[in-house]
Design a protein around this ligand. Structure first.
Ligand code: 13P
Ligand code: SF4
Length: 338
């Protein structure tokens, strides 16, 4: 899902930017008025700077509601953000997400300025594997193609045949027409995808520190205490968690499921801001919140986004020799049918 929140207002004139009252209505269900007043000076300045500098803000679904609903131009899962980064004609991309997302945007836009508001916004999956690890895996499994989750560094992508996201992993694996792939680095994602295809997976012991914490007992507990609850889980969760869930999919697939099916009570087995962002638009839905925070995503704040636009911080760069190799598996993924 992509939300084109402010696109219809191309002018740089502050008077034509959305009113603070209109913006507050987007988040009134999840942000108390007293807290909102602390956000408004930064929101106003971010909206002004964005227009002045021809910058675009891409925000992952795990951003907090004041970012997701009030300053982002486009929101979505990793796949949607990569597609949007590929399509934009803005001069500056501010990636409100984690470092691998900003690096992917830079791979697709070598000439543009790509900023990440906090350089330390990392990812336990991206940290779990290096380019050297992939070279070793390839040497141990000659001829087996490497499918790499987009949650990786450019070094790792440079050793990869094709990237995937949680939104297209089955399609990507099957697009290769082989009976075995090296699927790195998320061991649980690989195990979950393996259940949906006949392609054999050689896996790597990487984990998402947020999703690995959920257990089968968590889901059983939620069901025991919330009659009729619909449980949606992200495929980075352990396989036994997905076995207990009603649906699994990328963050945008979860969001679309809730908007299409409109369950009375729902539990999103994923990062906490997902529920807040959907609840802001759907006060009538009850959200059970067994969520975990991603400490990396939560490094991104309005103040840091404003500083990024004011001082061009922090600019993402990639060694051109690595970038040339790393762009290919991302392009190959994006070339697959949407
Ligand atoms: P999505 O592509 O589903 O948004 O997942 C990205 C991520 O980092 C989830 O932890
Ligand atoms: Fe990485 Fe997990 Fe955070 Fe997503 S939620 S950015 S996979 S640590």
């Amino acid at each position: 899902m992509q939300t084109d929140i402010l696109k219809e207002k191309p002018s740089t004139a502050l008077a034509e930017l959305p009113s603070m009252e209109a913006l507050y209505q987007r988040v009134a269900h999840v942000i108390p008025e007293i807290e909102w007043h602390l956000f408004t000076p930064d929101i106003k300045e971010i909206l002004r700077l964005k227009k002045e500098r021809n910058a675009i803000i891409l925000a992952h679904n795990y951003m907090t509601p004041e970012i997701f609903h009030c300053v982002a131009d486009f929101v979505g899962d990793s796949l949607a953000l990569a597609r949007q980064a590929e399509a934009t004609d803005a001069d500056i991309i501010v990636m409100c997400g984690v470092h691998f997302m900003a690096e992917t945007a830079k791979l697709l836009n070598p000439e543009k300025t790509v900023l990440i508001p906090d350089f330390k916004a990392g990812c336990s999956l991206a940290e779990s594997v290096t380019g050297e690890d992939v070279r070793r895996l390839k040497a141990e499994n000659p001829g087996v193609p490497v499918v790499t989750y987009i949650n990786t560094t450019a070094d790792v992508k440079a050793e990869t045949d094709i990237c995937c996201t949680s939104g297209n992993a089955v399609e990507v694996v099957e697009s290769l027409g082989v009976d075995k792939v090296i699927m790195i680095p998320d061991e649980y994602l690989a195990q979950n995808i393996a259940k949906k295809t006949n392609v054999e997976m050689i896996t790597w012991p990487g984990r998402c520190e947020v999703h690995e914490q959920f257990t089968r007992e968590d889901i059983q507990n939620i069901r025991d205490h919330n009659e009729g609850v619909v449980v949606l889980a992200h495929p980075e969760c352990p396989p036994e968690v997905l076995d207990e869930a009603d649906f699994s999919g990328s963050t945008s697939a979860m969001l679309n499921f809730v908007e299409d099916q409109h369950p009375d009570t729902v539990a999103l087995i994923t990062e906490c801001s997902m529920s807040d962002n959907i609840a802001a638009r759907h006060p009538e839905i009850t959200f059970v919140r067994p969520c975990n925070l991603c400490p990396h995503m939560k490094r991104i704040s309005l103040k840091k986004i404003r500083a990024a636009l004011e001082d061009n911080q922090f600019e993402v760069t990639i060694d051109p020799a690595i970038a040339e190799k790393a762009r290919r598996p991302v392009d190959r993924m994006l070339a697959l049918k949407k």
